[in-house]
Every structure is written in structure tokens, then in C-alpha cells.
Design a protein around this ligand. Structure first.
Ligand code: SAM
Length: 244
């Protein structure tokens, strides 16, 4: 049917493309892509050829109206280079405008690095806050971390290898020495999750920037110490001592 189809694609392992994703891509009149070379590889893998049109941060404003118009008569698919569109990738305004125009909007969910990292880290998953990429500059990065220091949830963020050591050091300084995991190359040959305290991880990666794609997962802040009856007795005894 005509409309907009949001299609998640693999984050490193082509085997993770769902049969439904392949079916929708095969039937799309046009696929909006970040990089046509990347998506061409994927289409090649499933043995199809479809028209592609670039949709990325630099041309989105100008090409969006044309894509929205096509949705009234054709199936338009949106993919990003890897993973789930709209998650630290373009697409939200396309969905917004497709809805405003009354078009059908369908999601074909699948791989997402943030969710995959949560499943590997061994940290609480009941509440989490996705931060995407932090600002690269030191001062803005520290501010962004400070803003969420009090949030009682696991934190999930994307980072690049060269910046990992500095980011872990800032996280340790601003959040305290929480448990964390550095997950890397998820679904690829060298997938790993390195766990430890933020300061241990900062030391480990300080002079050894790892290759590949990275997600950092950080434990929530510890429970505040509950004041016990013993503490109250001690405080009372001390107060009485000072009075006498
Ligand atoms: N939309 C994508 C998703 O659903 O995860 C994320 C796009 S964002 C531009 C790319 C970042 O996601 C990378 O810099 C890295 O932090 C993370 N990422 C993507 N693939 C990954 C993988 N296989 N392993 C670890 N991190 C990955």
C-alpha cells in the first residue's frame, strides 16, 4: 500500500535483516537512503535492485516535500546506513510530515545498537536513558553528563574509538565511579563487552583507543544510604554529649 515504511537494517551482520524488511524493500517504489553505496550492498545481498534517493542531514529539508508527495501513490521506504532509522539517524521529520499529510506510516523494527548493547552489558534494563552522541567538546560534554547525573536509570550512549578514553574519564569524574560496559562491534566478528568501573575502563582505554563502533552503558546511581536506627542512636548520643 502507498505510504511510508521505516525499515531497520543490520548493524554489522547481514543475517539480521528480517524477512519482512526484505519483503518491504523489494516492494518499495523508492528507498530513501543515507548513503546509496551502503544500501546497495544490502540490496545486493538479498538480490534486488530498487531506485534509491539520498535523504540525509544536508538535503533533507529540500527533498522531504517531494518524498511526502510520492507517499500518496507509492510505497516509500526509509533506511539508514545501519540499524533503526530515527535513532541518532535522520527520519523523524519525515514521519512527522507523513503523519500530518495523513499517509500510512508503518514500522519494520529490527536491529538497534543501543538496545543490543543493553542486552550485552549485564546492567539494569528496567529503566534506561538513551543519550545518543554526547557533544564532542570537553566543556559541553561535561555539562551534558552533569545534567543527567541524578537520573535513576541506566545510561546508554554512542561514542567513537578515538574519543572513548576522554569520554570515560569525564563520565567517571561527573557521575562517580559507577559500573559500566563498553560494548563494541556488536553482531560482527569481534563483538565484545568489556565491563568494569568507569575509572578502570577510562584507564584501560586512555592510551589504547579501540577500533570499530562503540556503545557505552552505565549503571544507575547507587541507592542513597538509608538512615538506620543505629545511626539515629549514635547521633542522639553525640548530641547529648555535646550538650553536657
Ligand atoms: N540508527 C543506529 C542504531 O539503530 O543503532 C545508530 C546510528 S549512529 C549514526 C551510529 C553509532 O551507533 C555508531 O557510532 C556506534 O556508536 C553505534 N553502533 C552502530 N552499529 C554498532 C555496532 N555494530 N556495535 C556497536 N555500536 C554500534
Amino acid at each position: 500500500a502507498p505510504g511510508l515504511y521505516i525499515v531497520a537494517t543490520p548493524i554489522g551482520n547481514l543475517g539480521d535483516l528480517s524477512p519482512r524488511a526484505a519483503e518491504v524493500l523489494s516492494g518499495a517504489a523508492v528507498i530513501a537512503v543515507e548513503d546509496s553505496r551502503v544500501t546497495a550492498k544490502l540490496l545486493n545481498h538479498i538480490g534486488i535492485k530498487r531506485p534509491m534517493t539520498p535523504y540525509h542531514d544536508h538535503n533533507a529539508e529540500s527533498v522531504r516535500p517531494g518524498l511526502i508527495a510520492r507517499m500518496s501513490r507509492e510505497a516509500v521506504a526509509l533506511v539508514s546506513d545501519a540499524g533503526t532509522p530515527l535513532i541518532s539517524d535522520p527520519g523523524y521529520k519525515l514521519v512527522r510530515d507523513a503523519r500530518a499529510a495523513g499517509h500510512l506510516v508503518v514500522t519494520i523494527p529490527g536491529p538497534c545498537a543501543a538496545i543490543a548493547a543493553l542486552t550485552l552489558a549485564g546492567l539494569p534494563t528496567d529503566r534506561f536513558l538513551y543519550l545518543g552522541f554526547l557533544p564532542p567538546k570537553a566543556a559541553a560534554k561535561a555539562t551534558a553528563i552533569r545534567e543527567v547525573a541524578g537520573v535513576r536509570a541506566t545510561l546508554v550512549l554512542y561514542e567513537s574509538g578515538p574519543r572513548l578514553g576522554a569520554t570515560l574519564a569525564t563520565l567517571a569524574a561527573e557521575l562517580g565511579d559507577r559500573d559500566a560496559a563498553v560494548t563494541r562491534e556488536i553482531t560482527k566478528r569481534f563483538e565484545e563487552a568489556v565491563t568494569g568501573s568507569l575509572s578502570d575502563l577510562a584507564a584501560r582505554y586512555a592510551d589504547a583507543p579501540p577500533r570499530g563502533e562503540i556503545v557505552i552503558v552505565i549503571a544507575p546511581p547507587g541507592e542513597p544510604e538509608a538512615a538506620s536506627a543505629d545511626d539515629a542512636d549514635t547521633a542522639l548520643a553525640e548530641a547529648l554529649t555535646r550538650l553536657s
